[in-house]
Design a protein around this ligand. Structure first.
Ligand code: GTS
Length: 215
């Protein structure tokens, strides 16, 4: 299997962490797509993912799978032993809900701030920007951080009692927050303590170390 991505990106990190947690990294050939050069917006790349984003998983039969959540569900259930996306109908539902909420309320919001209210990937790539919308989404992300802090005051993980794809999505939010220098509010003590615990997981620690290295 191949994954098209940019190695230090927050969304690619979600899939890379899932692969590390499943001990599947060695099964993947990573193909670098240079976002800063707009390689993800070419017609050729869009033939792999209409949305023009990374990561994209290419199966050995030529099937393309985009969207971090979809890719993670596929990889997690491939071995018949889902450990990240839920075993029971309720677990699956809660993990999907909290993963989507992590995107809406934090990760995607920070991404919009990055692309609309900062230089983003540069003027050759950011062909449309709306600074007001970007700033609005930055404030939304700060609200999301407080929400997840409140969640983690009541339970050890984002979707309940076990580590899941939802935790990985919030880790992606932390990664993007660091990229745009958006600090986690210091009063979000449960969220900050959770992030410290997440970094004790080998798969998470390894991927964060890769992201910290200059490309
Ligand atoms: N909904 C998509 C979002 C993917 C996404 O936005 N990926 C970023 C990569 S990174 O910013 O995390 O490195 C991207 O392609 N951004 C390029 C662009 O938006 O122009 C998913 O879940 O996969």
């Amino acid at each position: 299997m191949k994954i098209y991505d940019w190695p230090t990106g927050p969304y690619p990190a979600r899939v890379r962490i899932a692969l590390a947690e499943k001990q599947m990294l060695s099964r993947i050939e990573f193909v670098r797509i240079n976002l800063w050069k707009g390689e993800h917006k070419t017609t050729d790349f869009r033939s792999r993912n209409y949305s023009g984003t990374v990561p994209v998983l290419e199966l050995d039969d030529g099937t393309f799978l985009a969207e971090c959540t979809a890719i993670t569900v596929y990889l997690d259930t491939l071995d018949g032993n889902p450990t990240l996306t839920g075993r029971t109908p309720l677990e699956k539902g809660v993990i999907q809900m909290m993963t989507k909420r992590a995107e809406i309320e934090m990760l995607d919001a920070i991404s919009v701030y990055f692309h609309h209210a900062t230089a983003g990937l540069g003027p050759e790539v950011e062909l449309y920007q709306n600074r007001e919308w970007g700033l609005y989404q930055r404030d939304k992300a700060l609200g999301g951080m407080h929400y997840f802090d409140a969640v983690l005051r009541k339970q050890p993980f984002i979707a309940g009692d076990a580590f899941s794809m939802a935790d990985i999505a919030v880790i992606g939010g932390f990664i993007f927050a660091a990229i745009v220098d958006l600090p986690i509010p210091q009063e979000c003590k449960a969220l900050l303590a959770w992030y410290a615990r997440m970094q004790e997981r080998p798969g998470v620690r390894e991927q964060l170390a890769i992201i910290a290295r200059p490309i």
